[in-house]
Design a protein around this ligand. Structure first.
Ligand code: ADP
Length: 576
């Protein structure tokens, strides 16, 4: 490749010559085939989930060429990552690490700071380094996807012994999703809670292992070693005990810009000895209130063993069809039409998907408690997958809730033509009052912006999350309620993009006014959300900035990630 022409967008404060010198050195480290400079608009081809892109956000809600990379580099080993980080320091080039880049709805692989160099770690560093049946864990590199880890278990005849936990769609990086605090739906659904031990390249280029990994494993007699520190076997307890000794540092590397994670341990679920998924349909919109109050004690007592989801009818309708299959109108779907869709699909206005884990007597006992509790809701109906003949969402969730990766839920993004989406993900208490209030606040704004409400509530241990995306509201779970609103917009229509962007900004402000904050977000909203976490004169952000400037004085790692800007790239200049 040639290095004479500059990129379409240079990193801020860098000259063409300095950039070319950095690229020249980077090619020396990783080879010419593993460096691509983004030189023109023609290099910005929108990808798909199946073929992710590393140049810009696949679902760009801002101008397509705003958050773009100047170059994409594919390191093949830990020493190559270290060397690239040292070069970035030397030439003052901002880097944006990504593992697989399927962080769709949150920005994909795009960098927050335009002109950053994207490090695609997943392309060449994608080994499952270890699976321990006895310890029930895996040690993975950045490029191991959920589907890849599942295939590994199948190929090695381990799937009868160990289960993984998957998000709604199985193509993302186990490591990337966990660092971004993604969730799945088995009892191991809180991925960050289930990780154990990290290996991290620091902004100086040094390599660190956290937890028990900091204690060297005595060399085995007679076993030859390559001499590379990253290839030293980890401490025997690295993936067994997360905390080690002294300050617990792992949180510093989650949703952060303090290091590049090159290895991560993740706990796997021992086969529970039996499994049964189920669906409970709830006929009325207002049933949300009673359902959430029924869910809370059951989840706290772990009668509900996994992260269950309470899904709005349009989320399921989106998996089973497109908007035009249900209505001829372009505006938000009215309540009466929603009831018609429910009838057509034999679903409720809210649909609760859960699973029972364990031997038959355990499952029977749990099911009887759950069924009795939900029977208090008038018109609630109960289904097992075998009760429904035609393809349905329960058949998909049946796989997801036992850790089998699927791709079916990608379909709701095609709700409208050129569908793209943004997730809006506020957390709330698991109470009927909070759920109804959050639902009414978000639904009103989503409809005002001309979109359909598509969303889901996922129930964590003490909180709920609401997930929304433009035209979709979608919620994940931990006892908290995660509400996920899926805002589905047309990425080829500037008006639709503007409305989606305006909507999510309004939702963030509305929710903050009620004391609700988001647990994860798209790149374009990181500054605004970080500013809502401002208790006691922004002490949290001031603390994060102090650490950032101390650990990464040149500010080269992911400037702006989660709203944390280093002194080298001042927030006053770059924030949105
Ligand atoms: P996925 O493909 O699972 O959705 P990504 O690879 O897109 O995950 O990663 C999600 C986010 O996590 C990225 O945008 C980036 O900010 C961060 N990230 C991913 N991999 C790493 C890594 N190895 N080290 C540090 N941060 C990372």
């Amino acid at each position: 490749m040639t290095t004479n022409a500059g990129p379409l967008v240079l990193p801020p404060g860098t000259t063409k010559e300095t950039f070319a010198a950095f690229i020249h050195e980077a090619i020396r480290v990783v080879g010419p085939d593993n460096v691509t400079v983004i030189r023109s608009q023609n290099d910005l081809k929108d990808g798909t989930y199946e073929n992710p892109i590393y140049t810009h956000d696949i679902y760009h809600v801002m101008d397509k060429d705003y958050m773009i990379a100047s170059a994409v580099i594919l390191p093949g080993s830990v020493p190559e990552v270290q060397e690239i980080v040292r070069l970035a320091g030397k030439f003052q080039i901002p880097l944006w690490p990504t593992s697989i880049g399927r962080n769709v709805g949150y920005g994909g692989a795009a960098p927050r700071l335009p002109g950053s160099v994207v490090l695609n770690l997943g392309a060449r560093m994608n080994r499952v380094l270890e699976v321990s049946v006895e310890g029930a864990y895996a040690l993975v590199e950045p490029g191991v996807t959920f589907a890849g880890l599942y295939d590994y278990l199948v190929k090695n005849n381990l799937q009868d012994k160990l289960w993984i936990d998957v998000p709604d769609i199985g193509g993302g990086s186990v490591l990337g999703n966990t660092l971004d605090r993604g969730v799945g739906y088995t009892p191991y659904g809180d991925h960050w809670m289930m990780h154990c031990g990290l290996e991290v390249v620091l902004p100086t280029g040094e390599l660190m292992r956290t937890g028990m990994g900091a204690l060297p494993q005595p060399p085995e007699k007679g076993r030859k070693h390559s001499g590379r520190v990253d290839e030293e076997p980890g401490n025997k307890c690295w993936q067994l005990f997360p905390y080690g000794f002294g300050p617990y540092n792992d949180g510093l590397f989650s949703q952060s810009n303090l290091g590049i994670v090159t290895k991560m341990g993740i706990w796997l679920m021992p086969n529970p000895g039996g499994y049964q998924s189920y669906l409970i349909t709830l006929p009325r919109e207002e049933d949300l209130q009673q359902a959430v109050d029924i869910i809370r004690p059951l989840r706290l007592q772990m009668v509900l063993q996994n992260v269950p989801t309470l899904r709005h009818i349009l989320l399921d309708a989106g998996v089973l069809g497109r908007k035009k299959d249900y209505t001829s109108s372009n505006g938000p779907i009215e309540d009466a039409e929603l009831d018609t869709i429910c009838k057509k699909l034999n679903l409720g206005r809210w649909n609760f998907y859960g699973a029972l884990y364990g031997p038959e007597p355990t499952r029977k006992a749990l099911w009887s408690v759950i069924k009795t509790a939900f029977s208090a809701i008038k018109g609630a109906k109960f289904f097992f997958p075998e009760d429904i003949k035609e393809y349905c969402v329960l058949h998909v969730r049946d796989k997801t809730l036992q850790g089998i990766p699927t791709f079916d839920e990608l379909k709701w993004v095609d709700w409208i033509p050129n569908g793209a989406h943004l997730f809006f993900s506020p957390i709330s208490k698991v109470t009927g009052d909070d759920a109804m209030l959050q639902y009414s606040v978000t639904k009103k704004r989503v409809r005002e912006a001309g979109f359909d409400f598509i969303g889901t509530f996922t129930v964590g241990l003490r909180e709920m999350r609401e997930y929304s995306s433009y035209e979709f509201l979608y919620m994940p779970l931990i006892p908290s309620l995660d509400h996920i609103v899926c805002i589905v917009f047309d990425r080829n229509d500037n008006d639709s993009k503007k409305r989606a962007h305006g909507l999510i900004k309004t939702l963030i402000a509305d929710c903050a006014a009620h004391g609700w904050g988001e647990y994860r977000t798209h790149l374009a909203l990181m500054d605004q959300i970080a500013e809502t976490y401002n208790w006691n004169e922004n002490i949290l952000m001031r603390f994060n900035e102090s650490i950032k400037n101390a650990i990464d004085p040149k500010g080269i790692l992911a400037p702006g990630k989660s709203g944390v800007w280093p002194a080298a790239y001042p927030k006053s200049v770059y924030k949105l």
